[in-house]
Design a protein around this ligand. Structure first.
Ligand SMILES: CC(C)(COP(=O)(O)OP(=O)(O)OC[C@H]1O[C@@H](n2cnc3c(N)ncnc32)[C@H](O)[C@@H]1OP(=O)(O)O)[C@@H](O)C(=O)NCCC(=O)NCCSC(=O)C[C@H](O)C(=O)O
Ligand SMILES: [Mg+2]
Length: 289
C-alpha cells in the first residue's frame, strides 16, 4: 500500500471548464482528469489540448491523475504523449483486460517519461480484466513496474456482464472482493467504483461504509458533494487509533519487548497486530500531513 491517502478520488471531465475551475478548492485526495468516457469522440482532441492549461494551475494538495483512452483506441497514443508532458502523478488506464495492456503502457512510459515519476493505475471493469486481475496485479511485485493502484469500474462491469447494480451491490460484491484480493497480493492500492446517484447522500454514505469495511483505500467520485463523506468513511476512526496506540505502547513496555504475544485488555495481541497498528497510525499521520 502506498503512503499517500486516496480516500476521495474525483473524476472531472477534461472538457468541463466550470468543474475544472473548482478543483483547487476541493478537499479531495486526488483528481482524475478524464479524457475517456465523459468526453464524446468529437471532443477528444479538444479535451487533450486543454491538459496543459489544466496542469499549469494544478492544485497543490490533491494528487493529479489523467484517465487516457485505451492505447488500442485511435486516441490512446496521442493522449499518452500529451499527458506525459504534463507530469501527472499517475495515468489511469481504462478497460485493462490483460497484464500485457499494462506492460505495453509501462514500456511506452519508459520511453517518454525518463525520470520515471509517473505511476500507472489500472481500471478493472471488463470480464477479461476481472478474470485476469491476479496476473495483472502480480506486476505490482516487479520493481520495474509503475503499476500502483487498481480502480473499479462498476458501470462498465454492469454494461459488459448484464449484472444488475442493486443498492446493496449483492451480485457484484463477490467480484469486487476477488479484485481486492488480487490487488493486495500485488501490493497495490484499491479504489471502489463511483456512486452514480449523486443526489442520494444517504445511499452514498452506506456505500462508502461498505467499501471501507470491504478493505478499499478510498472511493472514486463524480461530484464534489461526495468528497466529505468519502474522506470521513475512509479515515481511521478515533477509537481504532486509540486501540492502535495502546498496542504500540504495550509492546514498547520493557517487559514486553522480547515477547511475541501479550494480553491486552483481555485480548490476545501478537506482533502482527503491532504491525497492523503501526500501519493504521502511519495512515492517520499521512492524512494529517
Ligand atoms: C454528474 C454531473 C454531470 C452533474 O453535473 P451538474 O449537473 O453540473 O451538477 P451540479 O449542478 O450539482 O454541480 C454543482 C457545482 O459543482 C461543480 N461540479 C460538478 N461536478 C463536478 C466535478 N466532477 N468536479 C468538480 N466540480 C464539479 C459544477 O460545475 C457546479 O459548479 P458551479 O456551477 O460553479 O456551482 C457532473 O458532476 C460530472 O460531470 N461529474 C463527473 C462525470 C465523469 O467524470 N464521468 C466519468 C467518470 S465515472 C466512470 O467513468 C466510472 C467507471 O469508468 C465505470 O465504468 O464505472
Ligand atoms: Mg468505465
Amino acid at each position: 500500500m502506498q503512503n499517500r491517502p486516496r480516500r476521495s478520488v474525483l473524476y472531472v471531465p477534461a472538457v468541463n471548464d466550470k468543474a475544472l475551475a473548482k478543483i483547487g478548492q476541493l478537499p479531495c485526495d486526488a483528481i482524475v482528469v478524464d479524457l475517456e468516457d465523459s468526453v464524446s469522440p468529437d471532443q477528444k482532441a479538444a479535451a487533450r489540448r486543454k491538459l496543459a492549461g489544466i496542469f499549469a494551475a494544478r492544485p497543490q494538495r490533491a494528487q493529479m491523475v489523467v484517465r487516457i483512452n485505451a492505447l488500442s483506441s485511435e486516441w490512446g497514443e496521442d493522449d499518452l504523449a500529451a499527458v506525459v508532458a504534463c507530469k501527472p502523478d499517475a495515468i489511469l488506464l481504462p478497460k485493462v483486460d490483460t497484464a500485457r495492456d499494462v506492460l505495453e503502457a509501462n514500456d511506452r512510459l519508459d520511453e517518454l517519461d525518463e525520470d520515471s515519476s509517473i505511476a500507472l493505475w489500472a481500471m478493472i471493469e471488463t470480464p477479461r480484466g476481472l478474470m485476469n486481475s491476479g496476473a495483472i496485479a502480480e506486476l505490482g511485485r516487479d520493481p520495474a513496474s509503475r503499476l500502483s493502484c487498481f480502480v473499479i469500474g462498476t458501470n462498465d462491469i454492469a454494461k459488459e456482464t448484464g449484472v444488475s447494480l442493486k443498492p446493496d451491490r449483492r451480485y457484484v460484491i463477490p467480484w469486487l472482493m476477488q479484485i481486492l484480493l488480487a490487488a493486495r497480493a500485488g501490493g497495490l492500492d484499491m479504489l471502489d467504483g463511483v456512486y452514480n446517484d449523486f443526489r442520494d447522500a444517504e445511499g452514498f454514505l452506506r456505500e462508502c461504509a461498505e467499501g471501507a469495511s470491504m478493505g478499499f483505500d478510498g472511493k472514486t467520485l463524480i461530484h464534489p458533494s461526495q468528497i466529505e463523506a468519502a474522506n470521513s468513511a475512509f479515515s481511521p476512526e478515533p477509537a481504532a487509533l486509540a486501540a492502535a496506540q495502546a498496542i504500540v505502547d504495550a509492546f514498547a513496555h520493557p517487559e514486553n519487548r522480547d515477547k511475541g504475544v501479550i494480553a491486552l485488555d483481555g485480548r490476545m495481541v501478537e506482533r502482527l497486530h503491532l504491525a497492523q497498528a503501526e500501519k493504521l497510525l502511519a495512515k492517520a499521520a499521512a492524512i494529517a500531513a
